[in-house]
Design a protein around this ligand. Sequence first.
Ligand code: HEC
Ligand code: HEC
Length: 162
Amino acid sequence: MRSLSPCLFRWFTMVGLSALGLAAATAAAEPGAAGDGSKPVFDSAAAVAELRMTIAGHENDPAETVFKNILTFKSVPAGRVLEIMESGMNRALGVGCTHCHEAGKWDVDTEKKRITREMSKMTAELNVRVHLIDGIGDDAAINCTTCHRGETTPALELAGSH
Ligand code: HEC
Ligand code: HEC
C-alpha cells in the first residue's frame, strides 16, 4: 500500500482551511464553553491561544520536536497541529478539548486519544481506498467531518427520516 502520511496531512489541511473561517463565529456554541451548567466550563479558544504563546517561534517546526507525545502528526508543523485540534477535532466532533484531554495535560494519553489515533489511520486508509474506485476524481477526500458532522456518533439515518 502507498505511504499514508502525505495523504493524512492533505485531508487534515483541507478540513482545517474549510473550517477555520467559521471558527470565531461558532466558538460560543461549543459544548462546555457556554456555561449553561450542563457541563463544566472549559474555554478551548483560550487553551489554544495559551498554547500558541508557549510554542511561539516554533510554529513551523515538526510537531514531534515541539510537543512531547506525537505519533500521528509526525513532521506536521506544530502550529498546524493546534489548528487541527481546534477545527479537525473539536469542530468535526462537536466537542471541547477536554473530551479527549485532561485540561493542561495535553501529552498524557487517554482512551479517547487512542481511539482518535486509530480513527486517523482509518481515515487515511479510506483516502487511499476511495481512489481505487474507477471514475472517482483526484480531489475526492474523506475527513472526520465526512462521517461525524459535528457529532461524536455518526448518524445512520438522515434527520427526520424515522
Ligand atoms: C477527538 C480527540 C481530541 C480533541 C477533541 C482534542 N485533541 Fe489534542 N490530541 C489528540 C490526539 C489523538 C493527540 C496526539 C496526536 C499525535 O499522536 O500526533 C493530541 C495531541 C495534542 C497536543 C500535543 C501534546 C503533546 O505534548 O504531545 C496538544 C498541545 C493538544 N492535543 C491540544 C489540544 C487542544 C488545545 C484541544 C482543543 C482545542 C485539543 N487538543 C482537542 C486528540 C484530541
Ligand atoms: C467512515 C466514517 C468515520 C470517519 C471518517 C471517522 N470516524 Fe470517528 N467514528 C466513526 C464511527 C462509526 C464511530 C463509532 C460510533 C459509535 O460508537 O457508535 C466513531 C467514533 C469516534 C470516536 C469515539 C466517540 C466518542 O465518544 O468520542 C472518536 C473520538 C472519533 N470517532 C474521532 C474521529 C476523528 C478525529 C476522525 C478523523 C480523523 C474520525 N473519527 C473519522 C466513524 C468515522
